[in-house]
Design a protein around this ligand. Structure first.
Ligand code: NAI
Ligand code: MG
Length: 351
């Protein structure tokens, strides 16, 4: 029996609603195999913040370091500044565990309405650099409270950081159809983005089977809406990747179905799997949150833990349930979170 210990951070808002449903689906996918998941629940997030003044304990990183993966719901609460929740939990986990790749697969799903008329056959992956770039703590303010008030934010791009993200993306492209698009803005952002372009070209040059196309982020965003089918692998900096992945997720329907993985590809530290969506305070407590994003993130976790067969089982089960028309209200259905989860468990049992 292979046992994986998983740190469970259900977090805030709808996180604790979709998390148990996803855990039940993953447990049932493992049933009858030689894989077992042992869940270590960590009650961190905004409630913890209110009683302790921090999002998670000081030794949180140490506590999770020996676990095999982190399964995250969502963090964020309307009464706590987002900078507190993000920099108190998500960003430290990504950086301490060197989860330098954020991977977001985007695929058309059956039974899911899309805002696009032409939304069949979308199948792309966004590889976002996850630990440096525009999201940096370097900067500050001056002249506070005066008419000369100013703010400065320093983007940081390193050769090491850009190279490893591009290597990962080029490797992935070479396993897919060989097309790699790089998101840039070197016409306007003349220091960091020209550097990005140079490193991307150098690294991609080491993959003769990969066809690299640098594309300006504004034109790329438009094309992502007009013809998402024309993309396969996109590599982007932290900020550009963040924005592109929400646009891409929107093209296939609800943000409630999109998964993401924060990877330490060398597996020196645990990786973290989470849905793309946030804590959705507007629907919390109603039992109608779509659990598919959390479940699909769980499938990515099974794949990363070395069980691609189980990951495929979960994906096929959720596809078959969606194509049967059973869905939560965000997809136009009337089912509850738990009903969708139960149907996916039943589909797995019948596989
Ligand atoms: P959000 O993703 O929480 O919600 C956006 C819209 O999508 C809302 O109308 C919501 O009801 C809907 N939605 C999201 N997930 C859904 C699901 N599973 N089923 C059905 N509908 C769903 O983004 P928003 O409103 O910008 O942020 C809310 C809070 O979440 C903020 O505090 C934000 O900082 C945080 N957040 C956290 C993230 C994370 O934990 N990784 C990611 C994004 C936002
Ligand atoms: Mg985002």
């Amino acid at each position: 029996m292979k046992t994986h210990v998983i740190s469970v951070l259900a977090g805030d808002g709808i996180g604790p609603e979709v998390m148990p449903v996803a855990q039940a689906v993953l447990d049932s996918a493992c049933e009858g195999s030689d894989v077992e998941l042992r869940w270590e629940e960590r009650p961190w997030g905004t409630d913890y913040f209110r009683s302790h003044g921090r999002m998670m304990p000081l030794n949180a990183i140490d506590k999770m370091a020996d676990t095999d993966a982190i399964f995250l719901g969502a963090v964020g609460h309307p009464e706590v500044p987002d900078a507190e929740t993000l920099w108190g939990m998500l960003i430290p986990i990504r950086r301490e565990f060197d989860q330098y790749i954020n991977l977001r697969p985007i695929k058309s799903l059956p039974g899911v309405r899309s805002p696009l008329a032409n939304h069949e056959g979308i199948d792309l992956v966004i590889v976002r650099e996850n630990v440096e770039g525009e999201y940096s703590a370097v900067g500050g303010r001056s002249g506070v409270g005066t008419e000369y008030a100013a703010a400065y934010q320093q983007a940081i791009f390193t050769k090491h950081g850009v190279s490893r993200a591009v290597s990962f993306a080029a490797e992935l492209a070479s396993e897919r159809n060989g097309d790699l698009v790089s998101a840039t803005k070197s016409n306007g952002i003349v220091h960091t983005m020209t550097f990005w372009d140079e490193v991307v070209a150098e690294v991609a040059g080491g993959f003769p089977e990969v066809r690299l196309t640098p594309m300006l982020i504004d034109a790329l965003s438009a094309r992502l809406v007009q013809s998402p089918q024309s993309f396969d692998v996109i590599v982007a900096s932290n900020l550009f990747g963040d924005i592109l992945s929400d646009i891409a997720a929107a093209t296939v329907g609800s943000i409630g179905i999109a998964p993401s993985a924060n990877l330490n590809p060398e597996k020196r530290h645990p990786s973290m799997f989470e849905p793309v969506h946030g804590s959705a305070p507007d629907i919390v407590g109603r039992g109608i949150a779509n659990p598919v994003g959390q479940i699909w993130a769980g499938a990515m976790m099974l794949d990363h833990l070395g069980h691609p067969d189980l990951a495929v089982d979960v994906e096929l089960a959720l596809r078959s349930v969606l194509s049967s028309g059973l869905s939560t209200p965000d997809l136009g259905g009337q089912a509850t979170t738990v009903q969708v989860g139960d149907a996916i468990v039943a589909a797995l049992a019948g596989k």
